[in-house]
Design a protein around this ligand. Structure first.
Ligand code: C2E
Ligand code: CA
Ligand code: CA
Ligand code: CA
Length: 280
């Protein structure tokens, strides 16, 4: 059975056969959920280490299941990816995040950029960049307020094609970030050829950063790399003051911190309150 977080519903049965049946059921209920508008976006602020300001948030999907309560994406996104439903769910996410970003542009004093997770399958679909252009037009959102997060493995596959794709997105004015950086087989020489803006250091390097010299060395190396390639950095999964202080010690003043130490992902309305008080 799959591990699941506190309060999360366990979808998976023990036996292989019933696992397959579970998957079919989940696919079916995901289709229902799209129809019934049972998905919801949570938002997690990214806090600037140097001054505590917030100008970036990441949108993270949740499934508000009528019987099972709130289900986290780790439970259903992999199944949505396998079945192809991720393309439709991804469209919903992109649209909802852009509507929210536009609302914040209208109501908050300072600009907030919203980052959206794009799955490999979505990114590879031929119509993806047209869809991005279309949603920006329809929601009247300035492209610089949208950031697309692509995983390292999605970007590093079919490098030639992806460079073209990334450039076409970049030319619209959206920002691009590489998610879970350091976990995939990244080829560093490609990094400079990709028109990307941000590296997100995976949580697995942050967890032990205050105790493990190797992790500290890896993060220091990523920071140096980002610095010389002029990329922004987000450190994910910062939960403790000690982790934060280790990052400060590494001279990472300009980086953004995304983690429970500052904020957990939260519903849009709660996030709006956080953004309002941070702007004061
Ligand atoms: P991710 O893109 O790497 O997102 C960061 C995950 O780390 C989120 O989990 C977030 O809640 C969690 N996190 C943030 N700070 C901390 C911390 O300090 N400690 C710990 N333990 N965790 C922290 P979440 O929301 O459960 O999402 C899991 C994954 O599901 C995401 O990982 C992403 O791969 C996927 N996902 C979420 N929303 C979407 C979406 O809209 N579309 C797609 N394609 N994938 C999504
Ligand atoms: Ca992400
Ligand atoms: Ca990540
Ligand atoms: Ca991840």
């Amino acid at each position: 059975a799959k591990e699941s977080g506190r309060g999360c519903f366990k979808f998976y049965s023990e036996s292989l056969n019933s696992k397959a049946i579970d998957r079919l059921k989940i696919e079916e209920s995901m289709r229902e959920a799209l129809k019934n508008d049972d998905f919801e976006l949570y938002y997690q602020p990214q806090v600037k280490l140097s001054d505590g300001s917030i100008s970036h948030v990441e949108a993270l999907i949740r499934w508000r299941h009528p019987e099972r309560g709130l289900i986290s994406p780790g439970e259903f996104i992999p199944i949505a990816e396998d079945s192809g439903l991720i393309v439709e769910i991804g469209r919903w996410v992109l649209n909802t995040a852009c509507v929210q970003a536009k609302h914040w542009q209208n109501t908050l004093p300072n600009p907030i950029r919203v980052a959206v997770n794009i799955s490999a399958r979505q990114f590879k679909s031929a119509s993806f960049s047209d869809e991005v252009a279309e949603v920006l037009l329809r929601t009247d959102l300035p492209a610089e307020l949208l950031e697309l997060e692509l995983t390292e493995s999605a970007v590093m596959n079919n490098v030639k094609e992806n460079i073209i794709r990334l450039h076409s997105l970049k030319s619209m004015g959206v920002s691009l970030s590489v998610d879970d950086f350091g976990t995939g087989y990244s080829s560093l020489s490609y990094l400079k050829r990709f028109p990307i803006d941000t590296l997100k250091i995976d949580r697995s390097f942050i967890i032990d950063i205050s105790n493990d010299e190797n992790d500290e060395a890896i993060v220091a190396a990523i920071l140096a790399l980002a610095n010389s390639l002029k990329l922004n950095i987000v450190a994910e999964g910062v939960e403790t003051l000690r982790q934060l202080e280790t990052l400060k010690k590494l001279g990472a003043q300009s980086i953004l911190i995304q983690g429970y130490y500052f904020h957990r992902p939260m519903p849009a309305n709660d996030c709006e309150q956080v953004l309002k008080s941070a702007a004061k």
